[in-house]
Design a protein around this ligand. Sequence first.
Ligand SMILES: NC(=O)C1=CN([C@@H]2O[C@H](COP(=O)(O)OP(=O)(O)OC[C@H]3O[C@@H](n4cnc5c(N)ncnc54)[C@H](OP(=O)(O)O)[C@@H]3O)[C@@H](O)[C@H]2O)C=CC1
Ligand SMILES: CC(=O)[C@@H](O)[C@H](O)COP(=O)(O)O
Ligand SMILES: [Mn+2]
Length: 391
Amino acid sequence: MIRVAVLGATGSIGGSALDVIARHPERYRASVLASGTRVDELIALCRRHRPDHAVIADPAGHAALREGLAGAGLATEAHAGGEALARLAAEAADTVIAAIVGAAGVPSVLAAAEAGRRILLANKEAIVVAGDLVQAALSRSGGELLPVDSEHNALFQCLPQPAAAAGRHPAVRRIVLTASGGPFRGRSRDSLRAITPDEACAHPNWTMGRKISVDSATLMNKGLEVIEAHWLFGLEAGRIEVVVHPQSLVHSLVDYVDGSTLAQLGLPDMRTALAYGLAWPERIEAGVGPLDLISAGRLDFEPPDLNTFPALAHAFSALRQGIGATTVLNAANEVAVSAFLQRRMGFLDIADCLGAMLDEVDGQAGDDLTGRLDLDARTRRAAADWVARRH
Ligand SMILES: NC(=O)C1=CN([C@@H]2O[C@H](COP(=O)(O)OP(=O)(O)OC[C@H]3O[C@@H](n4cnc5c(N)ncnc54)[C@H](OP(=O)(O)O)[C@@H]3O)[C@@H](O)[C@H]2O)C=CC1
Ligand SMILES: CC(=O)[C@@H](O)[C@H](O)COP(=O)(O)O
Ligand SMILES: [Mn+2]
């Protein structure tokens, strides 16, 4: 029986992961469920999945979690805080599904990597901020990092193994990440000034949390994914391309030197990538039907519009500068998206904030977790000041 920790269990990826796990009770058991602040939702999941441990990151939720679990007659142990979360990711599971949103997921991903676990990575911000530290920890421990972000899972399926060495593989010419283009594809920059949070979160193909939905709308999601691909597959920026594909059925492509292009296709449902990561190198049923190309009708492709959506250009630029710049980019984006979702600034301000922080913040990254989190915190303070000035 494989014990699975679902970090970010109350979220969109967490729900899809628990759906796949529940389809295979003879094979997988949710041993740890963790969330940020929402205690009642976490207790409801514990009633259904009966894990050994439940963790609420916000210490203020500890008593309510403990009382709720006891009241439900569950033997699940209640824990709170980031340290408990990282410790249980390392100690109480064989496979860790990293589905916390944002850099808040860095310590638990790093702890699982140091403990030699199999990590199914959805939390792309963790590798954008700490890709070097995570890969070094995996080399020491022998742990596995399997991408479940749909594009990277597609690339993993199409690359020669080990996929982590793709950048050094003589036969791989380049990889191509597909982007839906988000809800504002084809729109002019001027028409985006008064966009509301709900409009930005209305993704055309995927149902996701609000932060990643805004990232898709600005194309920053694709920028984070370009950086993620660099750390997962060892490819430099010049061998990573982005093409807009509005149907989100071709999840990404690999070009080989002989002119072959391999792609992975499927319906836009994250359970496919999660099932792939859970069972790899085998395949298991995910509850997802086959892609019917005749009813899909057409597959369209176009270049990204970097003038209207400059966040993607900022991400390529940060990747070329190094891990300090990508840490700054990510922290600035988290602050800017949060301010936009709270209606404290406009949609176009998000990319402006990224450019300003890349210019303004000294991106000394340090080569350990403390140094990296310090840079993340410094950038958040600078970005908060920038937002206050813009407001
Ligand atoms: N949704 C998708 O289809 C995809 C998502 N991803 C990536 O996966 C990650 C999760 O996305 P998604 O599921 O959409 O996001 P959601 O907003 O739906 O869920 C986020 C989860 O993280 C938890 N969380 C938030 N802050 C903290 C914290 N400080 N400590 C611990 N847990 C915390 C939330 O708990 P609570 O409910 O208590 O707030 C919730 O369980 C993101 O990095 C995203 O980019 C990648 C590919 C596809
Ligand atoms: C499901 C998934 O992997 C998301 O990251 C998705 O790719 C978002 O779509 P965009 O292509 O619009 O960013
Ligand atoms: Mn993706």
